[in-house]
Design a protein around this ligand. Structure first.
Ligand code: ATP
Ligand code: MG
Length: 325
C-alpha cells in the first residue's frame, strides 16, 4: 500500500478522514509506504515559501505518526529524498500524451493563476512515478484522487505495452464515508490545504487551536432552514453530519437518528465536541513526537533508505526495458 500528501499547506480534517485514518487502520495487513510530496509543493511557484515548506516537511510526518501510523510498520519518507521519483517521472513525461494531461480536472481548476507552470501540467506523471515505483496493489486516497489513480493506471499500462510488463496496476482504495469533506465556508468546494492558506474558516486544521476549531464549526455555513430533516439535507448540513459520523465512529443511520429534528446549533455543538476530542488527542501525540526534533529527522532518514531500496530496483528495471543502461 502506498499514499502521500502534498506539502502545500496545513493538514486538515479532510486529509485525516479521507486518507491518513485509512492508512493507520490498514497498515497491519500490508507493506506500507507513506510519503510527503514535497516536490508536488513546487508546482505553483507563487505559493512556495521556502521556510514554510521546510517546516511542513517536518510537521506532516509528525502528524502521520500522531494519527496512528507507526514508523516501525510503515515506511515514512520525503519524496525529494528518493531521486528515483524524478527520474521515472521524466520517462513518464515522455510517454504520456498531452491530451491525457489536459483532461485532468485538477489542472483545470489549479491553472487559473496568471501563468500555470509546466510542472503543474505534468505533475500527474510525477504522481504516477511516486506510486508505480513501489508496485503497490492499492492506493488509499480521498475521492478527488480517483482521476489521478486512473491516469497512473493508464501510464502503467502504456509502459507495459510499449516496453514490457513491469508495473503492477494499482487500484484506488476510497473510504465509503468521509472521502470528500467540503469547505465549512462553502459546501460546494472540497476542503483543501491550498484554499485554507487564503481563506480562514474554510478548513478544520489538525494543528489549529481547539478554540479556533470550535469557532469555525459554529460559524460553518448551513442553509435557510433551522433543523435537520433527514429526508431533505442540503450539502452544507450533509457535510456537518458526515464529519460527525466519521469522527464519532458512528453509522450513517445512527447519526441521522441522533440529529433528525434537532436544530443546527445542536449539531454544530456536538460536532465541535467530537472534533475537539479527536483532534485534541492527535495534537497531544504531535507535541510528544516533536519534543525531540531529531526524532523526525531519524524517521525520515531511515524511511528514505527503505524507500530508495525498493524504488531503485523498479527504476533500474524500467531503465533497462527502455534502453537506458
Ligand atoms: P491541495 O489544496 O494542495 O491540493 P489537499 O487538501 O487537496 O491539498 P492533497 O495533498 O491534494 O490535499 O491530498 C492528500 C490526501 O487527502 C489525498 O488522499 C486526498 O484525496 C485526501 N483529501 C484531500 N482533501 C480531502 C477532503 N476534503 N476530503 C477527503 N479527503 C481529502
Ligand atoms: Mg489536492
Amino acid at each position: 500500500m502506498l499514499s502521500g500528501i502534498a506539502a502545500t499547506g496545513k493538514l486538515h480534517v479532510g486529509n485525516y478522514v479521507g486518507a491518513m485514518r485509512t492508512w493507520a487502520t490498514l497498515q497491519d495487513s500490508y507493506d506500507n509506504y507513506f510519503f510527503i510530496a514535497d516536490l508536488h509543493a513546487l508546482t505553483i511557484p507563487e505559493a512556495v515559501r521556502p521556510d514554510a515548506l521546510r517546516q511542513r516537511t517536518r510537521e506532516i510526518p509528525a502528524l502521520y505518526i500522531a494519527s496512528g501510523i507507526d514508523p516501525a510498520r510503515s515506511t515514512i519518507f520525503l519524496q525529494s529524498h528518493v531521486p528515483a521519483h524524478a527520474v521515472l517521472a521524466w520517462i513518464f513525461d515522455c510517454l504520456t500524451p498531452v491530451g491525457w494531461l489536459a483532461r485532468m480536472t485538477q489542472y483545470k481548476s489549479k491553472s487559473q493563476s496568471s501563468s500555470p507552470s509546466a510542472g503543474l501540467f505534468t505533475y500527474p506523471c510525477l504522481q504516477a512515478s511516486d506510486i508505480l515505483l513501489y508496485q503497490p496493489r492499492f492506493v488509499p486516497v480521498g475521492e478527488d484522487q480517483r482521476q489521478h489513480i486512473e491516469i497512473t493506471r493508464d501510464i502503467a499500462e502504456r509502459f507495459n505495452a510499449m516496453f514490457g510488463e513491469l508495473f503492477t496496476i494499482p487500484d484506488p482504495w476510497i473510504p465509503t464515508d468521509g472521502a470528500r469533506i467540503m469547505g465549512l465556508d462553502d459546501p460546494t468546494e472540497k476542503m483543501s490545504k491550498s484554499t485554507a492558506e487564503v481563506r480562514s474558516g474554510h478548513a478544520i486544521g489538525l494543528l489549529d487551536p481547539l478554540e479556533t476549531i470550535r469557532k469555525s464549526i459554529l460559524r460553518a455555513v448551513t442553509d435557510s432552514r433551522t433543523a435537520v430533516d433527514r429526508e431533505d439535507l442540503s450539502p452544507a448540513v450533509n457535510n456537518l453530519l458526515t464529519l460527525y459520523q466519521v469522527l464519532s465512529d458512528s453509522t450513517r443511520d445512527q447519526t441521522l437518528e441522533r440529529f433528525h429534528g434537532k436544530g443546527y446549533g445542536v449539531l454544530k455543538r456536538e460536532l465541535a465536541d467530537v472534533a475537539s476530542e479527536v483532534i485534541g488527542s492527535i495534537q497531544g501525540r504531535f507535541k510528544e513526537i516533536t519534543a525531540d526534533p531529531a526524532y523526525i529527522d531519524g524517521v525520515l532518514a531511515d524511511g528514505a533508505r527503505r524507500a530508495a531500496a525498493v524504488a531503485d530496483v523498479t527504476l533500474d528495471r524500467a531503465k533497462r526495458l527502455i534502453g537506458l543502461t
